[in-house]
Design a protein around this ligand. Structure first.
Ligand SMILES: NC(=O)c1ccc[n+]([C@@H]2O[C@H](COP(=O)([O-])OP(=O)(O)OC[C@H]3O[C@@H](n4cnc5c(N)ncnc54)[C@H](OP(=O)(O)O)[C@@H]3O)[C@@H](O)[C@H]2O)c1
Length: 237
């Protein structure tokens, strides 16, 4: 039985990989071979690279997991952030956001879904996938698309008992948010828009991932779980 974690060299991905690797066989996936190889040595797991600009055919890619292995979980932590007005967003930037945040999940799920009977697949959206936040058009399009794809896949693969769910975080302390949170003033500003005023971190996400991968969530599929201090749905006075 094996778990696949993509985007494993990011902050959320490496926390998930470390947690899973303590008790399970894990394959980590990423774009940066040097970082991947260092992490794979540290936690004693196999790794494989992914190049979203030059993807190979899915059947070929799926060979990173030997045929006789049952795939119990797939977690895609690959993602990016782009905060720009739509009229200032170049075509290449828009395409890149779609590729990293939506296409990566299509590619991974289409590669492994048929081998995930009784498994759990988890993708990451964002609060911007639900709530209209200004200057988030590209990321909103990618993440809302991802939520739709995951709901449809949950229906398609329910007969195999493959559960497909999405976690939609608010702003987290991680590599991609470093610039947004670079000063104390910026952190305070960001915190203040959340009903529960806090910047999130991987510790807010990890328990939800563990639950969605476990049999405790065996009747949960096709859901987007918001971990965002209430921002997507709550307006305090
Ligand atoms: N951080 C936030 O504020 C926030 C908010 C809402 C949703 N999310 C979502 O949460 C998930 C986890 O993100 P994180 O917070 O852990 O951010 P992170 O630390 O920046 O990790 C992002 C991951 O995506 C990978 N990646 C980026 N572009 C890629 C590409 N072209 N090809 C392959 N891999 C690529 C990065 O690889 P490298 O390690 O090689 O750079 C890294 O592993 C993402 O889906 C993100 O969109 C994050």
């Amino acid at each position: 039985m094996v778990y696949i974690v993509a985007g494993a060299t990011g902050v959320v991905g490496s926390a998930i990989s470390k947690e899973l690797a303590s008790e399970n066989e894990v394959i980590i996936i990423g774009r940066d071979e040097e970082k991947l190889s260092a992490l794979s040595k540290e936690i004693d797991v196999e790794y494989s690279t992914i190049d979203l600009d030059n993807t190979i055919e899915q059947r070929e890619f799926s060979k990173i997991v030997p045929d006789d292995k049952e795939i119990k979980g797939l977690v895609n932590c690959i993602g990016s952030i782009l905060i720009k007005p739509l009229h200032g967003t170049k075509i290449e930037e828009f395409e890149d956001v779609i590729k990293v945040n939506l296409f990566s999940s299509y590619y991974l799920l289409s590669s492994f879904a048929r081998r995930m009977k009784n498994g759990s697949a988890i993708f990451f959206s964002s609060v911007a996938g639900t709530k209209g936040l200004s200057n988030h058009e590209a990321i909103a399009a990618a993440k809302a698309g991802l939520e739709g794809m995951a709901r449809s896949a949950a229906a398609s693969y329910a007969k195999d008992n493959l559960r497909v769910n999405v976690i939609a975080p608010g702003l987290l302390d991680s590599n991609m948010s470093q610039r947004l949170l670079a000063t104390e003033q910026a952190r305070e500003m960001s915190k203040s828009i959340y009903p529960i005023p806090k910047i999130g971190d991987f510790n807010d996400i990890l328990p939800v991932v563990k639950w969605l991968l476990s049999d405790d969530s065996k009747w949960v599929t096709g859901q987007t779980i918001h971990v965002d201090g209430g921002l997507s749905t709550v307006k305090p006075r």
